[in-house]
Ligand binder design. Sequence first.
Ligand SMILES: *Cc1c(COP(=O)(O)O)cnc(C)c1O
Length: 359
Amino acid sequence: MINVTKSFMPPYEEYEAYIKKIWESGYLTNQGPCVQELEKKLKNFLNVPYFHYVNNGTIALQLAIHALDIKEGEIITTPFSFAATTTSILWEHCTPVFVDIDPKTLEIDPSKIEDKITDKTKAIMAVHVFGYPCDVKKIKEIADKHNIKVIYDAAHAFGTEYEGKSLLSYGDVSTCSFHATKVYHTIEGGACITNNQDVDKKLDLMKKFGFVGENYQEVGINAKSSEFHAAMGLANYPYIDQVIERRKKISELYDLLLEGQLDRPAEVENLKYNYAYYPVIFRNEEELLSVFDALHKEEIFPRRYFYPTLNELPYLATYEPCPVSEDVSRRIACLPLYPDLEDENVKEICKVIRKTIKR
Ligand SMILES: *Cc1c(COP(=O)(O)O)cnc(C)c1O
C-alpha cells in the first residue's frame, strides 16, 4: 500500500542512543538537555534569532496570537489550508476573515486583503501553502500601513529558503509543525519563530504556564515538549538534507512523467524549495475522483489537500464566499511523496494517471 506520505524513520540505534541518555539523566521534560540541544540546532539551521520548540504546530499558532497580544477582533486568513489555521483563530476567540487565494500561487491574494481590513482587524494569518512562499513583501507593506501584525503558518515551510533566507524568518511570528507527516518531524512538535526580542520573551513565558518562580505574570499554557520528542528530532536532524534531496528527485520524476498533463502551482523565483508536497490540479472534480478510483484499485492513496475549503467549515458564524479556493479545493490533490517511495512506484502512479485522464 502506498499512502500520500510516510514518516521518515532515523536508524533505530541512533534514536536509542538518545533514549539511553535520557534514562541515565532521569530528565524527561521541562526544557531538558535534548530540547535545549534541538532548539540550538534548529535555530542555527534556520539562521533565525529567536526559536521556540513547542509540542505541536497548532499550539504554536495559538501562542503566536497570544504573544502578539491579540485577545479579540478579526484575523485575516486564507481559506486554502489545513483546519488548524482557522481553528486556532476561533480557539483564541478571534474571528477569521477569509481572503480568497490567487489561482496561480494558491497563496492568499494580497490584492484582496485591504478590502477586508476594518477597525477590528488585528492581524493577517497567512499560510505558505505546500511550502511555497506567500507574497511576503506585499503582505508586510499592507500590515505596516494598517498597523496590524503578520503571523505566518509556516507548517509546510521547514527547509524552504526564499530570497536567501529561511521562509520561517518572515512575519512578526512564524510557526512551524514538526508532526510525523511533515518534511522534518519530532513525532509531534512545532515551533514559534520571531525576530522581535519582546515577542520572544512573551513566547518563552507563555509556553511555560506564564510564570517564573513565584512571579505569575501572564495567563500561560503548557506548550513544552518532552525529551523523547526532542530525541526523535535530534535523530532526524542529520538526515534533513538527504530527505529533501530525495523528495526533490521524486518530484522531478513526477514532473518528467506528467509533463503537460496536469496543472501545478506557479513556479516562484529566488526559491530553494523543500519539496514538502506534490500537488496536482485536475480539470474538474470528476476527473480527480476517477483518478482516485483508478489509483485506489492499485492500493495507492493520494490525498485531497485541502478539501473542503476552510471558509465552508460548518461551525463558522458566517459564510464568506471564496470562489477561487472553493474551485481549486474541489480538484486538487497531493500525490504520494516521501523518501522511501521508489521510482517504480512513481512510474506506476503516473501511468495510472495518464491512462485515466487521457489527454
Ligand atoms: C500540520 C499543519 C498544522 C498543525 O500542525 P500540528 O503540529 O499537527 O498541530 C497547522 N497548519 C498547517 C497548514 C498544517 O499543515
